[in-house]
Design a protein around this ligand. Structure first.
Ligand code: GA4
Length: 329
C-alpha cells in the first residue's frame, strides 16, 4: 500500500485571530418532546439552517460506546490506522480532505452506509480484530441516529404542512438511500496552544446531502455562518445532537431553508471527537422543490438534478465551493 506523505502544518490554513469565546447563545434548541416542535424545527431551518435537538431518544450509552471505540481507534499507532487504506472515498484519512487538495488539522474515518449491512469498501482493517470492537457499537449508533433523522424530517414535513407526511423522511429511509458516516478526530496540539492560534480543522463548506446529524464531545471548535456572513461558535454539548441543513433540503424547499456553511477550528488545547451521519437520498432520486410547497405560479429556483449527478459534481469541487451555484436558474 502506498502511504502518501501528510501535508505539513504550513499547508493548513491559519485562521486569523478573531473574537473567540463569544458563543452564540441563540443557536436554536428544539425539544423534540414538546408540542409545537414541528413549527420550531421549520423556523430553525429557515433562520439558521442549523439547530440542536434535545430529548432525542438516542440512548446515551449507545453514543458513549461508539465514542470510546473511536477514541481507541484514533489512539492506535499511525501505521495501523493507515492500514485501513486511504479514504478514497471510504477509509482512514489524515489532513487531506476529499480528492481535490483540501487540507485540515483532522484525521478521520469515512464509512459508506446503505440500508443493508454497512459497506466498508476498501477498509481492510475491518477484517482485523479491531473491526469487532467497532461492529456492534457502530451499527447500534447508526440505527438510533437514523431513527432520529427520520423523526426530525417527519416533524419538518408536519411543520411545513406537507401531505403525505413521510415525503421527506422516506428519502433517507429508502433501501437505496445514500448515507455516509464520518468519525473525526481533531488532535490536541500543544504547539498551537502555545502559539494561541487557530488552524483550520475542517474548512468551511455546506453539506451536499439532505441533513447531517452531528454529535461531538465537549470540545469547542464548530462554527456556523449566519445569514449576515458572521461566524459564530457553537457551544459543545455532548448530550445533544446538532442538525445541519444540507444542499438537497435547500432545493427541496425551493430555497426556503438554507444549507448552512460551517467549519471547525483547531486551537490545540483539547482534542475534539465528532461523529456525523450524512443522510443522502437514493442516487436516482430527482432533487427538485416539493410540489406541495410551491405557491401558485411559483417557479423552481434550481435546475433539476438527481442526487447521483449532484454527488458526482460535488466530488469534483473544492470543499469551500458554492456547489449549488451551478444549479441555480
Ligand atoms: C462535505 C460533507 C461530508 O464531510 C463529505 C465531504 C466529502 C469528503 O470529505 O470526501 C467532500 C465534501 C463533503 C464536499 C466536496 C468534496 C467531497 C470533500 C470534498 C472536497 C463526506 C461529503 O459528503 O461532502
Amino acid at each position: 500500500m502506498v502511504v502518501l506523505a501528510s501535508p505539513a502544518l504550513d499547508e493548513i490554513p491559519l485562521v486569523r485571530p478573531q473574537k473567540h469565546g463569544a458563543f452564540f447563545s441563540a443557536i436554536p434548541v428544539v425539544d423534540l418532546s414538546m408540542p409545537f416542535s414541528a413549527e420550531a424545527l421549520v423556523k430553525a431551518c429557515e433562520d439558521v439552517g442549523f439547530f440542536k435537538v434535545i430529548n432525542h431518544n438516542v440512548p446515551m450509552d449507545v453514543v458513549q460506546r461508539l465514542e470510546a471505540e473511536a477514541v481507541k481507534f484514533f489512539e492506535m499507532p499511525q501505521v495501523f490506522k493507515e492500514a485501513s487504506g486511504p479514504a478514497d472515498p471510504f477509509g482512514y484519512g489524515n489532513k487531506r480532505i476529499g480528492p481535490n487538495g483540501d487540507v485540515g488539522l483532522v484525521e478521520y474515518l469515512l464509512f459508506g452506509i446503505t440500508s443493508k449491512p454497512l459497506s466498508y469498501t476498501s477498509m481492510s482493517f475491518l477484517e482485523e480484530p479491531s473491526a469487532c470492537l467497532f461492529g456492534p457499537a457502530l451499527s447500534e449508533y447508526l440505527l438510533a441516529v437514523k431513527k432520529l433523522a427520520s423523526d426530525v424530517l417527519e416533524l419538518i414535513a408536519e411543520g411545513l404542512k406537507i401531505e403525505p407526511g413521510d415525503v421527506l423522511n422516506r428519502l433517507v429511509t429508502d433501501e437505496q438511500s445514500d448515507g455516509l458516516f464520518r468519525l473525526n478526530h481533531y488532535p490536541r496540539c500543544p504547539l498551537l496552544e502555545r502559539l494561541n492560534r487557530s488552524w483550520t480543522g475542517f474548512g468551511e463548506h455546506t453539506d451536499p446531502q439532505i441533513i447531517s446529524v452531528l454529535r461531538s464531545n465537549n470540545t469547542t471548535g464548530l462554527q456556523i455562518s449566519l445569514k449576515n456572513g458572521s461566524w459564530v461558535s457553537v457551544p459543545p454539548d455532548q448530550e445533544s445532537f446538532f442538525i445541519v441543513v444540507g444542499d438537497c433540503l435547500q432545493v427541496l424547499t425551493n430555497g426556503r431553508f438554507k444549507s448552512v456553511r460551517h467549519r471547525v477550528l483547531a486551537n490545540g488545547s483539547k482534542s475534539r471527537v465528532s461523529m456525523i451521519y450524512f443522510f443522502g437520498p437514493p442516487p436516482a432520486e430527482k432533487i427538485a422543490p416539493l410540489s406541495q410547497l410551491m405557491g401558485e405560479g411559483e417557479q423552481s429556483k434550481y435546475k433539476e438534478f438527481t442526487w447521483g449527478e449532484y454527488k458526482k459534481a460535488a466530488y469534483k469541487s473544492r470543499l469551500g465551493d458554492n456547489r449549488l451555484g451551478q444549479y441555480e436558474k
